[in-house]
Ligand binder design. Structure first.
Ligand SMILES: Cc1ncc(COP(=O)(O)O)c(C=O)c1O
Length: 400
């Protein structure tokens, strides 16, 4: 772990997630600090001969590196099982930096289209600028087929648990196909977090997280992180990050580290509540379909059982309300505890309408093919008492 002086103190490779998280800064800080200090300085003493910064370069300027951010990066690299990490000022900044660093006009980018809508939108925008070929794949089974059939230089982007319908691809099989055909596999692990899945350990090359969601967990930080091998992170993406200025700020890193300390207990509790809520909704007469990985009816339930690292299934439940847009609007108005809002992963339960928020910028035909229609809502379960949440949903559904 990098301390405030830039020294590597704990490698942590044999420590469990719980210990890495709990001890995240309980290390030999020069002043004995137990909690990570926030270094707000954006400039550092630099004569040109110093060494010892986090990416093999001296501390110099805040657009390049920051000691507080460097500790967060080191902890994320340990948690995801990668050699190095870089933190960004949002998940989308992290994705932009990956694309600029790794893709050119000769690349084919294969996107499993069950993804956050703005990811799909950004990949299209960047294809227009950089000139790469973008191939959208809808069916999970076809992702591997596409990897094998495209012969050019290629990069595949998938979400480990997709937004908002929670589908999963078999990352083990996909990683194998990617390594056989020299293809970079990038996995957005935002919905799972490293607690539920560690894609790098299954063969992915890079993992991306929107820190804004489960990792920070309190709806008060925007951030992103990319973890992977040292060469890609330190030699390629670091240079793009410092040139773009997409680095995470020290205060955000402090809050992300603070959130990280309770990630596992939050996610376990949110998952247990989500399971109960999904079972309640599955029996409700006003609900036509429920998507939750812990329900045997979910198409990806068996992959989840095989790949997820814990015996719980995440904090998001999506469902279809009978009566479409009008019924959804009534539902949102009648909810008293659960708040209509577009984000997820925080301690507050939030319900969103993907067609009007996360997937607003997608063409309607793609939205339809993805199953993102007027009756679909996404619930991010928080830390409120689960009985209160179920009662809130029951009361609201009764009036639609
Ligand atoms: C799965 C997923 N990836 C990436 C992002 C983008 O992250 P950010 O909002 O931190 O830029 C989001 C945002 O909702 C998301 O849901």
């Amino acid at each position: 772990m990098v301390d405030s002086m830039g020294n590597d103190k704990i490698t942590g490779s044999n420590l469990s997630d719980d210990t890495i998280i709990a001890r995240s800064y309980a290390i030999e800080d020069p002043y004995g600090a137990i909690v990570l200090p926030v270094y707000r300085s954006v400039v550092y003493r630099f004569t040109g001969v110093e060494s010892g910064g986090p990416h093999g370069r001296p501390w110099k300027y805040g657009r390049e590196d920051n000691p507080t951010v460097a500790v967060f990066e080191k902890v994320m690299a340990l948690l995801e099982g990668g050699e190095a990490a870089l933190a960004f000022n949002s998940g989308m900044a992290a994705l932009t930096t990956i694309l600029l660093g790794l893709v050119d006009a000769d690349t084919t980018v294969i996107l499993w289209a069950h993804a956050y809508g703005t990811t799909l939108h950004l990949l299209k925008l960047m294809a227009g600028k950089i000139g790469y070929r973008l191939e959208l794949v809808i069916e999970p089974d076809e992702v591997v087929e596409k990897v094998s059939s495209v012969k050019e230089r290629k990069l595949v982007f998938v979400e480990s648990i997709s937004n908002p319908l929670l589908y999963m691809v078999d990352i083990v099989e996909l990683a194998k196909a990617c390594s056989e055909s020299n293809c970079i596999l990038v996995v957005d692990n935002t919905f799972a977090s490293p607690i539920l899945l560690k894609p790098l350990k299954l063969g992915a090359h890079l993992v991306l997280e929107s820190v804004t969601k489960y990792i920070a967990g309190h709806n008060d930080v925007l951030g992103g992180v990319v973890v992977g091998d040292k060469r890609t992170i330190d030699d390629v993406l670091w240079d793009w990050r410092r040139s773009l200025g997409s680095v995470m700020q020290a205060d955000a890193a402090y809050l992300a580290m603070r959130g990280l300390k309770t990630l596992k207990v939050r996610l376990e509790r949110q998952s247990r509540s989500a399971q109960q809520i999904a079972e309640f909704l599955a029996d409700h007469p006003k609900v036509s379909e429920v998507y939750y990985l812990g329900l045997p009816s979910h198409p990806s339930h068996s992959i989840a059982k095989r790949l997820l690292l814990c015996n719980f299934y995440g904090g998001v439940v999506s469902f279809r309300v009978k009566g479409g847009r009008e019924a959804v609007q009534k539902l949102f108005k009648r909810l008293k505890i659960i708040t209509p809002s577009p984000s997820l992963g925080g301690v507050e339960s939030l319900i969103s309408y993907p067609i009007a928020s996360s997937h607003l910028y997608l063409p309607e035909d793609i939205r339809k093919r993805l199953g993102i229609t007027e009756d679909l809502v996404r619930l991010s379960v928080g830390l409120e008492d689960v009985n209160d949440l179920i009662e809130d949903l029951d009361n609201a559904l009764a009036g639609i």
